[in-house]
Design a protein around this ligand. Structure first.
Ligand SMILES: [Zn+2]
Length: 341
């Protein structure tokens, strides 16, 4: 079953693994210690947006309750999604960055008087998408927001946020749950117990795993195993595979490659990974001898670097030919040179 209206965007219910963070927000709000800039930090797909939405409701509640009263006029308007003091700013679908103009527009709106007996609310999602100029434009507002304003920044990757932004926010860490808890949530959300591949690919982040599940990403995972298995058995051309991988789903394919390599590393260490039971990995268990652990670890680094390089200008075909070469040359010295490339 692939139905169910659970997604990080649509689900109002806060997941249990964020209960502690939610408790802290409520206590701070009740004690008037919420501050005026909160940064929700954590991997993509752990539910930060749901927590941000709960904070938005608190900020907009005319009774100033935490959690929001849900009954006052301001709460009703906020629930309808057209509150005039709600100024959310997110990355446009067709863009890679949040521009300085978007941030200036947000600042202008936040400088208007509140229409109800509540705070004004501003959201930046995801904060690391701001250009340097956009982040700089926001600094003064983070420090001295106009009137009674609460700003929430949501970031999947704070390491790329300017320190000047970080230092002006109250940071709330939102981590992924324990694997078993995430798996139990995913099982309930998808109605299937077969979510391990998606949860692994998502790095344990349940909402991201749920999206992967609905996108049928498991099929891509199987096709990646098949491709590298055929490369290893020398029945397919490296250039052909690199060409097929470039373009659509490249990021997911590299995630698959990372997860597969991780599984092989665990096996080399005589540890069972979460995917040990998956039979399609058998084709990679070496009939002609194990790949050395050191080679696998070096290769894992290569995959991480390849994924990181996707954000910059890149010749995908060349990158992939280099990355996939070890599977066709038996992880010989030639393949390992990638580590120091
Ligand atoms: Zn209210």
């Amino acid at each position: 079953m692939k139905s169910g209206a659970v997604s990080e965007q649509a689900t109002p219910e806060l997941p249990k693994w964020l209960a502690e963070q939610w408790q802290r927000v409520q206590e701070n709000a009740s004690a008037d210690r919420l501050g005026h800039a909160i940064l929700l930090s954590g991997p993509k797909g752990v539910g930060k947006q749901i927590l941000a939405d709960e904070i938005r409701k608190i900020a907009l509640c005319g009774e100033r309750k935490a959690p929001s009263c849900g009954r006052c006029r301001s709460c009703e308007v906020a629930a309808a999604g057209n509150h005039s003091d709600d100024h959310s700013l997110s990355l446009p679908d067709d863009k890679k960055t949040i521009s300085v103009d978007q941030v200036r527009h947000l600042i202008t709106k936040l400088s208007l008087s509140a229409a109800y007996n509540n705070r004004k609310f501003g959201l930046v999602y995801p904060a690391e998408s701001m250009t340097t100029a956009a982040a700089n434009a926001l600094l003064k507002t983070l420090e001295e927001p106009p009137g009674d304003t609460l700003l929430v920044l949501v970031s999947h990757n704070v390491s790329t946020l300017p320190a000047t932004v970080l230092s002006r926010c109250q940071v709330i860490q939102c981590g992924a749950p324990q694997y078993a808890e995430g798996r139990a949530w995913l099982t309930q959300a998808t109605g299937t117990t077969d979510g391990d591949v998606c949860l692994q690919l998502a790095g344990g982040a349940p909402f991201q795993a749920f999206n992967y599940y609905n996108q049928g990403v498991e099929k891509i995972y199987s096709s990646v195993i098949e491709d590298i298995s055929r490369l290893r058995n020398d029945v397919i051309d490296l250039v052909h595979v690199a060409s097929a991988w470039s373009g659509e789903h490249l990021d997911v394919r590299l995630r698959c490659l990372y997860t597969i390599t991780k599984q092989l590393v665990l096996e080399a260490l005589d540890l069972d990974g979460e995917l040990a039971h998956k039979s399609d990995l058998k084709s990679l268990r070496m009939s002609d001898g194990q790949i050395k652990l050191s080679s696998l670890l070096g290769y894992q680094d290569s995959v991480v670097r390849a994924r990181a390089s996707l954000d910059g200008p890149l010749n995908q075909q060349l990158m992939l030919e280099k990355l996939l070469a070890p599977w066709s040359n038996g992880f010989s010295t030639q393949g390992l040179e990638y580590r120091n490339a």
